[in-house]
Structures are given as structure tokens and as C-alpha cells.
Design a protein around this ligand. Structure first.
Ligand SMILES: Nc1ncnc2c1ncn2[C@@H]1O[C@H](COP(=O)(O)OP(=O)(O)OP(=O)(O)O)[C@@H](O)[C@H]1O
Ligand SMILES: [Mg+2]
Length: 348
């Protein structure tokens, strides 16, 4: 028996979504990841609207409850602010070292985003150096300071310590990289469909090419079904999430009609990508988020866009005991994409 047992440090990813709060605790040892705890707490409709907590008390209580129910004691969390409060943009700068780049970006950030410098919280990552005309490509991440502050306050109210504040889209990419290999020059679209938004991220050779958050998600399906079928939002939500095989034809048709609009929105992003010259085509789509489980959506996107579509499995390279998930991995995995990606940012 070892004389000293070193306490294992865990990493906690907390995805505060508008449909549900997801908590993933992971341990990172010898290059492999193991999930030690998973908790999901649904929120009442309206508690978070467009990524902003409307009912703060309800959100804080739900966060506290998910910690209590899972028994996770580590209060240092990695969480994210959603894409709508952040601007992620690729910019070109003259070749320079990282410290100077930080100064330049802090001063010049307001050129690239529609906010005043004083309101901005800025971060960046140098993506590629040695480009023509002695330039480099930089990923600029600019968030409105008040959004970041109110997010930190929300976490503190729930007795948490914000270790890292990330962006949903980056978490999706991290979860992807943990579980899949980039094939050289292949272009992947990582599409995370939540309740209120869908994030479209396009990646290739380990680099982000494009990112966009669209206001289209499960909520759009629920509203479309309400209109087409003359039912309440509760009924529409239940029908959307009901067992695929047991859905009446008119429900499937309503889902398909809304799904076609989503395909159009995705296609618009892809054509922007083509016109910007960043990529000719997308080779494969990976869907995640609870919305990826909507009946028939995967095959509809594949058919409409003529691209191979897979459900992302963020648990593919991760060890876990099945009872920890509280549901079967296939049905719960896609919803945990962001939380898993967040947890990879810490504890290594
Ligand atoms: N089994 C299922 N079948 C169909 N739809 C589902 C299923 N499970 C969840 N959903 C839908 O997935 C959506 C929620 O997904 P998710 O949990 O990823 O959202 P969120 O991250 O909380 O929201 P957001 O990121 O938009 O703030 C809801 O619209 C819900 O109706
Ligand atoms: Mg989400």
C-alpha cells in the first residue's frame, strides 16, 4: 500500500445550456481520459433565453443541484459563454511575437468587432505563421466584458470557482479532437444543435476555418410543429423527443419541413466558406447537441446536402463505467459534447 496517496485532481466541465445543464467530471492519467461523473439537469423553458439567464435563481439552483446529485466536490469549473456573446474572427497581422501581438490586438480589436475597446475582453491564438507578405493568421476572440462578468457572477453565486471560461464552439472542437483523427486535408463540419442555437464550426488539419452561431435549434422545431400541428409547446416538445418509431406521419412531416430550413442555413454557411476561399467542400459532418437526436434529421441533412453525416460520439476514446451515464451512451453522448470538450481544458 502506498504511504502517500496523492489526491487525484479532476477536471470539471459545466455546460450551461438553455435546455439543460450538463456536468462532466473527468480524470486525465497517462494520456487517457476517464469520466468519473456525469450530471444533467433540465431547466424550465424560459430560464435561459438566447444564452442569457432570465431566471438567475432557477439557473443557480439547478447548478447547485447537479453538483449535489452527482457528489462532485471539485468546484473549479471550466464553462463557456455561448457564441452569441462572443465574436470569433480570423485576422491577418504582420509577423510578430506573442507578447507584441497581445498589445497590438488589445489596441486594435475594436477595428474588427462592432464594440468599443473599453467594453471588450479579448483573447487570441496564433494559428499559422510564415504566410505571404510576412504575415500570420490569428484567431481573435472578443467577448463583451459585461457578459463575461455576469457569467463569472453566476458561477460564483453557485459557489463555483471559474477556472477557465471557454467558448462553446471551441469545446466542440476539443471534444472532436479527443475522439477523432483529422485525415489530411479533409474538411469537417462540426454542428452542435441545442435548444436555442446551432453552432457550425468548420475545421481542417487541426485548424478552425469558420465559425457561426445561428439562431435555430430545437426551439425552432417546437415552434414549427406547434404551428403546423396546432398543438401546445409542451405537446410539441414531447412529440419531438418521443420514440422515433412511434411518431405519427404528420409529426415526421412537420419535423422534416423545419429540418429543411436548417439544411438551407447550413448550406449558406458552406457557400460562405467556399466563397471566402477557405475550403472547396465539406467532406463530412459530425452532429452533436441534443438536437442531433431529432428523428430523421441526420439522414435528411445527408440527403439534402449530399454529404456524409455522422452522429458525433464524444465518448469514443474515453473510459467510463456505463452506470455513470445514467442512460445508454448512444443517446446521451451527443448532448455531452460541449461539457466533455470543456473538461479537457483542465487537469492534464
Ligand atoms: N431524444 C431526443 N430526441 C429528439 N430531440 C431531443 C432528444 N433529446 C433532446 N432533444 C432536443 O435537443 C435540444 C436540447 O439540446 P441540448 O441539450 O444540446 O441543448 P442546450 O445545450 O441546453 O441548449 P443551447 O446550447 O441552445 O443553449 C432540445 O430541443 C430537445 O428537445
Ligand atoms: Mg448547447
Amino acid at each position: 500500500m502506498p504511504l502517500i496517496s496523492r489526491k487525484q485532481k479532476t477536471a470539471v466541465g459545466l455546460d450551461i445550456g438553455s435546455y439543460s445543464i450538463k456536468l462532466v467530471e473527468m480524470r486525465h492519467t497517462n494520456g487517457s481520459y476517464e469520466i468519473t461523473n456525469v450530471g444533467i439537469k433540465k431547466l424550465l423553458p424560459g430560464a435561459i433565453v438566447d444564452g442569457e439567464p432570465m431566471d438567475r435563481d432557477a439557473v443557480v439552483s439547478a447548478i447547485r443541484e447537479v453538483f449535489e446529485e452527482t457528489g462532485v466536490i471539485n468546484r473549479n469549473v471550466v464553462s463557456a459563454i455561448c457564441g452569441r456573446s462572443v465574436i470569433v474572427k480570423k485576422i491577418r497581422l504582420d509577423e510578430m511575437d506573442e507578447d507584441l501581438a497581445r498589445e497590438v490586438i488589445t489596441v486594435e480589436a475594436e477595428q474588427y468587432v462592432p464594440f468599443e475597446r473599453e467594453e471588450l475582453s479579448v483573447d487570441f491564438e496564433i494559428l499559422r505563421r510564415g504566410l505571404p507578405e510576412n504575415t500570420m493568421e490569428v484567431l481573435l476572440v472578443a467577448a463583451k466584458k459585461d457578459r463575461v462578468i455576469s457569467h463569472v457572477e453566476l458561477l460564483r453565486d453557485a459557489d463555483l470557482v471559474p477556472a477557465v471560461i471557454d467558448v462553446d464552439a471551441f469545446a466542440v472542437q476539443n471534444a472532436f479532437e479527443l475522439n477523432y483523427e483529422y485525415e489530411e486535408d479533409k474538411v469537417y463540419a462540426l454542428i452542435d444543435i441545442g435548444l436555442s442555437a446551432t453552432n457550425i464550426g468548420i475545421v481542417s488539419n487541426g485548424l478552425p476555418l469558420f465559425n457561426r452561431d445561428i439562431q435555430f435549434g430545437g426551439q425552432t422545431f417546437i415552434e414549427g410543429m406547434q404551428r403546423k400541428l396546432g398543438i401546445t409547446s409542451e405537446e410539441a416538445r414531447a412529440a419531438l423527443e418521443g420514440i422515433p418509431g412511434a411518431k405519427p406521419d404528420e409529426v415526421l412531416r412537420a419535423i422534416e419541413t423545419v429540418g429543411e430550413e436548417l439544411c438551407t442555413a447550413i448550406e449558406r454557411s458552406f457557400s460562405y466558406l467556399r466563397s471566402s476561399g477557405d475550403a472547396e467542400r465539406v467532406d463530412r459532418i459530425y452532429l452533436s447537441g441534443g438536437g442531433s437526436l431529432i428523428s430523421g434529421l441526420r439522414s435528411l441533412i445527408a440527403e439534402k446536402l449530399g454529404i456524409e453525416v455522422e452522429l458525433a460520439n464524444p465518448l469514443r476514446n474515453i473510459e467510463f463505467r456505463e452506470e455513470i451515464l445514467g442512460a445508454d451512451p448512444v443517446s446521451i453522448g451527443p448532448s455531452l459534447m460541449v461539457a466533455i470538450g470543456l473538461a479537457t481544458r483542465q487537469g492534464s
